[in-house]
Design a binder for this molecule. Structure first.
Ligand code: CP
Length: 324
């Protein structure tokens, strides 16, 4: 098992992409390729994780990530349990570690955690022997979202290296932006961000990221835009004058995309605020790969689960045929 883990380059956990190498990211994306086909079958199941028990511990709302992980786990034959904060003893004051230790006492193998606090996934990973996968922690990282974004870019362009990707919108509150910046740069892409200065972290240029404050300039530069939601729930006050004003100045509209020197591929991690950061004509139009991102999310999460369980990237093709 440990020998196989060395082959994938992943350790016990996937908490973020900051400390994951470009080679390992490539191995995860390559492993996801054969797993895509499993979801297209009439019987969407292989016994890769048969006998493994996985807990999806979601302390924040989620549609895509939670359901995508659950599908990935079930399609690989694992037994899964979903725990939401609202239905658990967390509402009675139980700590994160006590919750996890109680789950461990029931002999689980992996935990997928989403939490509102940055660092929660690492905190858990340091305290329990099960594999921990970060499904998004506060404003820190959301590694599987960035991996599925990269897989979708690779599908669209045939490569990630050399691509110019601009992340647009609420960068300062975004775990998706951080994971994308790390993952894309390690994969050889050029990364920029675009938004009002109030929504861009100070000194982000020190990460090697170009900053645009006009969406028109970003559209002239980019091969792809990854448009982020305005995270109104994380804003205290004063970040933007109004949603209407934000849409007028930064909204990704078809009219703006039509002025690009090349056909721009548009991503959005969801959930979308239609008419705020992105117009419906773009979200539902031919340049959008937003639903492909969702489809790829299942394959990427299958790959991460398989590799963390000790699977080797070069054996994924056999694994998908059900050969053990
Ligand atoms: N992209 C994403 O994390 O979506 P959810 O919040 O619905 O999981």
């Amino acid at each position: 098992m440990s020998e196989k883990r060395k082959e994938s380059g992943l350790g016990k956990d996937l908490v973020g992409l900051e400390n994951v190498s470009g080679e390992t990211i490539q191995a995860i994306l390559d492993t996801a390729e054969p797993f895509k086909e499993i979801s297209e079958r009439a019987i969407k199941k292989v016994p890769v994780l048969r006998g493994k028990t996985i807990v999806n511990l979601f302390f924040e709302p989620s549609t895509r990530t939670r359901i995508s992980f659950e599908f990935a786990e079930k399609r690989l034959g694992a037994d899964t349990v979903n725990v939401a904060a609202s239905g658990s003893s967390v509402v009675k004051g139980e700590t994160l570690v006590d919750t996890a230790r109680n789950l461990e006492a029931m002999r689980i193998d992996m935990v997928v955690i989403r939490h509102g606090s940055s660092g929660a996934a690492q905190f858990l990973a340091d305290r329990i022997p099960s594999n921990v996968i970060n499904g998004g922690d506060g404003q820190h990282e959301h590694p599987t979202q960035a991996l599925l974004d990269m897989l979708t870019l690779r599908d669209s362009f045939g490569r990630i290296e050399g691509l110019k990707v601009c992340i647009v919108g609420d960068i300062v509150h975004s775990r998706v932006a951080r994971s994308n910046i790390y993952g894309l740069q390690k994969s050889g892409a050029e990364v920029a961000v675009c938004g009002p200065r109030s929504l861009i972290p100070t000194r982000i240029e020190e990460m090697g990221v170009q900053v645009f404050t006009h969406i028109e300039d970003a559209i002239q530069w980019a091969d792809s835009l990854n448009v982020l939601r305005l995270q109104l729930e994380r804003m205290n006050a004063g970040f933007i004058p109004s949603l209407r004003e934000y849409n007028r100045v930064y909204g990704v509209t078809q009219e703006r995309l039509d002025k690009a020197p090349r056909e721009i591929v548009v991503l959005h991690p969801g959930p979308m605020n239609r008419g705020v950061e992105i117009d419906s004509t773009v979200a539902d139009g031919p340049q959008s790969v937003i639903l492909s991102q969702v489809t790829n999310g299942v394959a990427v999460r299958m790959a991460v689960l398989y590799l963390l369980a000790g699977g080797a990237p070069e054996r994924a093709e056999e694994a998908k045929k059900g050969e053990e």
